[in-house]
Design a protein around this ligand. Structure first.
Ligand code: SF4
Length: 461
């Protein structure tokens, strides 16, 4: 694998945070996505569903080996071929073999984070196999020659105007930033690809142990076409996606769409049980399931095991103040945001992402929205100590030491807040805090404190 860019986080984030347009695009999109998420959960009991999902995931990951064997047996019975790939290299080599065996020249691919993780598309292209992303966001990113900047919304960092310009330049469509027009044109181009491709690649959201079914959740119908209108279908997913029972899906289906896009349910939920049967008209002749480990099984039995519960909904990214300011590319990993800051060092080794666990304010917003109850900010905190034991950033530790002292002494607190009210808006303070004020507002403190107002209005005690 090529060297991970996540090693260069400090350099990357400085570039991204200086891009005001990017920050505007991100802020608008993430605030909108979080708002939709919150609205959609107002009608169901989030805490109940989250706790149920957490129980199922805990059970699944604690019995991962047994459930994977059960899944494999049932998938075999359904006519699928299952391949365990302990590394990206092994997964890619297996998929290339399948493609070569069938003399495949063109592949249509639907969204899958694991294929990004193993860098499957550049690998196949290297061997002359055209591999077309068919999820609209992924297609835009592929045309731009970029990598996704969000788990569920890969082109979140681009505005409509930028997308219109890109599609005009790359596929020659009229420059018009109406979303319906752009979608229609991209759909027309992609239809041709679907009709001419011989092989389809998809990810999987869940693997059901009790019946060997693969569940694919999506909104555009492209995954359904990539998995059914082709001769060979290859599913590439992580080993942690297995859940025990079909009935467990009822919990996840109510959480996933709401957490990801604020939808009650995504537009398409496909259950794939194997290749076309004798009397069936549609479906692939062969179905291969590639289960990628790539560091996951190393986490079993460790304090980080719960990271494997993630269902890749992207909700933690949308609420993260760091992600909102720097976007996904700054992380230099296919997995950005709070969950990316955890899984990147865990899957690829801490030496490849030494700074990512520090890319968090530890405000806990990520933990609050996580639909499977991962204690994301607690995990980040413990990873900091593992990566750089006893590490403290000089200025940060000075500030927090003094913050603690101030909060414990009312007289000192009163004096400092009084001084802050007088000096906070002066240019010298702004100069000292330029690392902060360069990218954010420093709000003007009110001229009187709450206590002063309370006292002057006759409040007692
Ligand atoms: S950690 Fe939780 S909130 Fe973040 S992507 Fe995974 S499931 Fe979603």
């Amino acid at each position: 694998m090529t060297e991970l860019k996540s090693r260069n986080f400090k350099r990357l984030y400085k570039k991204e945070i200086a891009d005001q347009k990017l920050r505007e695009n991100l802020r608008k999109a993430t605030i909108q996505a979080s708002g939709k998420r919150n609205d959609s959960f107002s009608e169901v009991d989030f805490v109940f569903l989250r706790d149920e999902a957490k129980k199922i995931k805990q059970e699944s990951i604690s019995h991962l080996n047994d459930l994977l064997s059960q899944f494999e047996d049932n998938a075999h019975e359904n006519g699928c071929t299952v391949f365990y790939a302990e590394s990206p290299e092994k997964a890619n080599a297996y998929i290339l073999d399948v493609a070569r065996k069938h003399e495949i020249k063109k592949i249509v691919k639907s969204k899958s984070m694991v294929t990004e993780e193993i860098q499957l598309v550049p690998f196949l292209e290297k061997y002359g196999i055209e591999t077309v992303e068919t999820d609209l966001g992924e297609y835009i990113i592929q045309l731009a020659g970029e990598t996704p900047s969000h788990i569920t919304a890969p082109a979140i960092h681009k505005s409509r105007t930028e997308i219109a310009r890109l599609l005009h330049e790359k596929i020659g469509i009229e420059q018009n930033d109406d979303p319906a027009f752009l979608t229609g044109e991209a759909r027309r181009v992609l239809r041709e690809k679907f009709l001419s491709a011989e092989m389809g690649i998809s990810g999987a959201n869940f693997l059901i142990a009790e019946n060997g079914a693969v569940v694919v959740v999506e909104n555009e119908g492209n995954a359904r076409l990539s998995t059914s209108a082709v001769k060979v279908h290859v599913i590439v997913t992580g080993i942690e996606k297995v859940i025990p029972k079909f009935s467990d899906l009822r919990i996840f289906m109510r959480l996933l769409g709401r957490s990801a896009t604020g939808q009650k349910l995504t537009s398409y939920v496909s259950l794939i049980r194997g290749p076309r049967k004798e009397k069936e008209k549609d479906g692939p002749e062969e179905v291969h399931i590639v289960l990628v480990d790539n560091g996951r099984s190393r986490l079993l039995g460790t304090d980080h095991q719960e990271v494997l519960h993630c269902i890749r909904c992207g909700a933690c990214l949308n609420v993260c103040p760091v992600y909102r300011s720097i976007g996904g590319h700054a992380y230099g990993s296919v997995y950005p945001g709070p969950i990316g800051s955890l899984v990147t060092p865990l899957f690829f080794g801490p030496e490849n992402a030494p700074d990512l666990p520090f890319a968090s304010s530890l405000c806990g917003s990520c933990t609050e929205v996580c639909p499977v109850g991962i204690g994301i900010h607690h995990q980040l905190l413990s990873m900091r100590q593992e990566i750089k034991p006893g590490s403290k950033h000089g200025l940060e530790s000075f500030v927090f030491r003094n913050f603690r002292k101030t909060m414990l002494r009312p007289g000192r607190y009163k004096l400092l807040t009084r001084l802050a009210r007088v000096f906070s808006s002066t240019s010298i303070v702004r100069k000292i805090l330029k690392g902060w004020t360069g990218y954010r507002d420093l709000p003007q403190l009110p001229s009187r404190s709450f206590r002063e107002i309370y006292k002057s209005e006759g409040g007692k005690g």
